[in-house]
Design a protein around this ligand. Structure first.
Ligand SMILES: [Zn+2]
Length: 176
């Protein structure tokens, strides 16, 4: 499964174009403070992708108490649901950092916590998109969840990344 964190960003339409051309579904974990009604969320859903929560403001949740964590999750889910009309079922903690309070808050809200198996390190590869493909393809396994971001260099690497994964014999799918 491909996952794109930290959007919605201005490169989202280009990501959607590539995913459509390659017929690949993806999960997007959005920061709700970036959620502007003009972002193409409708197209994203119509084309078979899903949106999960990545909090409101991207804090390290382990530095917050239960109530503050709960607010980050609940309010971000509420804003996404208010715009899309679709239920949010998945949550990814910023920096992959979470604790018992995060698990409790997620459970209370009916959210499944989704981490990743393969970090593409795309955020460090502005000048070397090819490395995003290499970081990912060499670590593929069944049911791998791949961490990507809504960034320019990721747009640049994505067609080749998808083709390389397909060439290795894998298919793409979302969580149930
Ligand atoms: Zn993030």
């Amino acid at each position: 499964m491909l996952t794109f964190d930290d959007g919605p960003s201005s490169v989202l339409p280009e990501l959607l174009d590539i995913l459509k051309q390659e017929n690949v579904p993806a999960m997007f974990f959005w920061q709700s403070k970036l959620l502007h009604p003009k972002r193409p969320w409708k197209r994203l859903i119509q084309e078979g992708h899903r949106i999960g929560s990545h909090t409101i403001t991207h804090p390290n949740l382990t530095k917050l108490d239960f109530n503050a964590q709960y607010r980050q999750l609940a309010a971000s889910v509420k804003s996404i649901e208010a715009i899309t009309g679709e239920k949010v079922d998945y949550f990814r903690p910023p920096f992959g950092q979470y604790d018992e309070n995060t698990k409790r808050a997620a459970e209370k809200l009916g959210l499944s916590v989704v981490l990743w198996k393969i970090a593409s390190i795309d955020w460090e590869l502005k000048d070397n998109p090819q490395q995003i493909v290499e970081n990912t393809v060499h670590h593929l396994q069944d049911k791998s969840i791949i961490l990507l971001h809504e960034l320019e260099q990721t747009v640049e690497a994505l067609p080749q990344l998808i083709q390389s994964i397909k060439q290795e014999g894998y298919t793409f799918q979302l969580l149930p």
